[in-house]
Ligand binder design. Sequence first.
Ligand code: PNW
Length: 492
Amino acid sequence: MSHRFTRRDFAGAAGTLAAGLAIPLGKAEAQPASTRPAALPNDRRFPADFVWGTATSAYQIEGAVSAEGRGPSIWDSYSHTPNKIRGGGNGDHAVDHFHRYKEDVQLIKALGAKAYRFSISWSRVFPTGVGTPNPQGLDFYNRLIDELLANGIEPFATLYHWDLPQALQDRVGGWASSDTSKAFGDYAAYVAPRITDRVKNIFTINECGTFVDFGYGRGPVELAPGLKLPQPQLNQVRHHVALGHGMAVQAIRANGRADTRVGVAENVASCVPAIETPANIRAAEIATREMNGGYMTVILEGRYTDAFLAYAGKNAPSFTAEELKTISSPVDFVGLNVYMPQYYVVASGDQHGFALVPFPTSFPRMDSDWLRIGPEALYWAPRNVAKVWSVKQIYISENGTSAADRPAGDGKIHDLDRVMYLRNYLTHLQRATSEGVPVGGYFHWSLMDNFEWSDGYDKRFGLYHVDFATQKRTPKLSAEFYRSLIAANALV
Ligand code: PNW
């Protein structure tokens, strides 16, 4: 999906860039002082009711893979396949959160965070994905939810963070079949009445775009189940995942408490105007709709765009009008996982109305190869989603970075690079909220270092350092930064 449009050659884009630069640079400085925005102390504040949180997912932290009747997921099989995981790690023990959840809730509390986003393991609840539920399956999450609430932390639950029950992969090919979409709806229907007395916000699926393209397609990294399906099947998988989301929304509405709020958590393709001219800003809005055609657009509009269908051609998914209606069941909020600018966009006179500027090889990155540094993505992603689809409530459901995080001689982890990343990204989030973009909260990925999928234990995303041999948690400098920021409810 990410490369549906041929990259325009840079010459075309350069014309626009040059035109932009023709604005006389001296002009801004020549403005009389009175026309400049006043430097109010509020300039750095976030809205009073802003929800600060952290995020994790089940397989990445829990361990205890055989406890209390849990069935295997595709991540158990995949991580135990030789040469799939850097360093040969797996989630058998992960960071032992299953047994240490009380200690971990105290870590969240120590940050002053008001919310915590975790995921529920489908195969703990339905060991084979369907059929008879495992009565003990939800007990762990009920204990966790109660512990969070007892500590004044609001639980936000995700129903699917990539750990599909292995039995569904074996029996029907996982998301290649709409049986999986239906099974996901049934799982949601079982969970909803059992948690929504206490959990008021539910994310259905985490990052459709990432696990489909990287798990069933040809992403730059590989995720479970590690398939490389041909394009028509890949598009069908995409459609079944979107359908699963819609079925879960309907199941939660039908079976959960009436005050339950439901949404997605999508790794939206963030489209940033290369230079903020009105024409490029408009182009970035058009690009937002087209470059998210497989999920966000169909979920929020109930249709695949003409460009999406034209590009897919004979590889387009087969679908019914009824399915599109299910997929676009109204959501209460949209969660955006934003790590980087996916595309820098300029205006174009062609039929698409936008062009993508190629990244130079020297574009800066954090400790993960894919993680490009572009703090302005945290302004443009929510701003464009709010504008294009008139979304009224947005959460940044993930943002954060990997860093090397080696304990120094004093035993401390001076992760200045993560602090730099966060300060810059959050500056742009503050710009968004101060302009009225309806972002209600922010969940830092992640609370603590954990099993980073194909990167195993090699890439650390936590605010807390975890010594994977002893399971000792140690706050990094970034935890202190985040604590200060939450306390001030402002950039620090
Ligand atoms: C997200 N990319 O994954 C996931 O939701 C988390 O589980 C994960 O640990 C976190 O971000 C950090 O990786 C992504 O290549 C994985 O663009 C890869 C990409 C984006 C997000």
